[in-house]
Design a protein around this ligand. Structure first.
Ligand SMILES: [Mg+2]
Length: 260
């Protein structure tokens, strides 16, 4: 724990005094080193241990906030019970085992309407398919189709969404293709996590460009920690996931010492 700067140590000390602390963490590149196959990515043991210690402290919530789909995040992070998961850069929440997603803004609602028209046309042109309305988009179901017809319907749906100019996240499932219009960022996720947990202070650590959105919504009483190189608005910076683990371990130690 001696590798932390005096300034960072002091900031952690202030954070440890928070009434309710939210520790929100990116996963890949922040807790886990990059590996060739994303399925093999795991948090380094020191990071996993520090997270477990933070989870044990009362009035302290830990969240993982990743670009991964939430299922993939849960698998890779092997997240213990009690960790709040945010996937797809803020478009998927899994809190206490319940999957939800953020509310839609006006721009998102307009995209849903446009997408609806485009996909209804596709469904009409591909008999046997049907559209299911999802809170943030639509699913085109194809399970009554043979493989060739299914591929044709999927291709047509993708093309129609693109032609409609709707930037949608596309997910291929088994006999279903889903389009979601959510245009959220990790910053939206941090705002939601703050409200959901009632946190009075937030630590966010991340390594990538999309983490900048999260750093940007932090305030004076919060702590932003960039891992690795590259431009960042984060106040503090460390080099590697091992350093992030050190920071988290130190925070757990300070937080536990407050008697919580
Ligand atoms: Mg990352």
């Amino acid at each position: 724990m001696t590798g932390l700067s005096a300034e960072l140590n002091a900031a952690l000390g202030r954070l440890a005094d928070a009434e309710h602390l939210l520790v929100a963490l990116d996963f890949d590149g922040t807790l886990a080193p990059f590996v060739d196959n994303p399925d093999d990515s795991r948090a380094i043991p020191e990071a996993a241990e520090a997270v477990a210690r933070l989870l044990d402290v009362s009035h302290t919530t830990v969240a993982f906030v990743s670009g991964r789909a939430v299922d993939s995040l849960q698998r890779a992070s092997q997240a213990p019970d009690g960790i709040l998961l945010v996937g797809s850069h803020g478009a998927e929440y899994r809190f206490d085992g319940v999957d939800t997603h953020p509310p839609l803004g006006d721009a998102d609602l307009a995209r849903v309407a446009t997408l609806s028209v485009a996909l209804e046309e596709v469904s009409a042109a591909h008999p046997g398919t049907w559209i299911e309305a999802k809170p943030a988009g639509f699913a085109l179901h194809t399970r009554h189709l043979d493989g060739h017809a299914e591929n044709a319907a999927n291709d047509a749906a993708r093309a129609a969404a693109e032609a409609a100019g709707v930037p949608a996240k596309v997910r291929d499932g088994k006999n279903v293709i889903e389009f979601s219009v959510l245009s959220v960022t990790k910053g939206d996720a941090i705002r939601h996590l703050r409200d959901y947990t009632g946190a009075t202070a937030v630590l966010y650590a991340g390594d990538d460009v999309t983490d900048e959105d999260a750093f940007a919504v932090l305030g004076d009483g919060d702590l932003s920690l960039k891992c690795g190189e590259g431009d960042s608005v984060a106040r503090y910076r460390v080099a590697t996931p091992a350093d992030v683990a050190d920071v988290l371990a130190r925070l757990a130690e300070l937080r536990a010492a407050t008697g919580r």
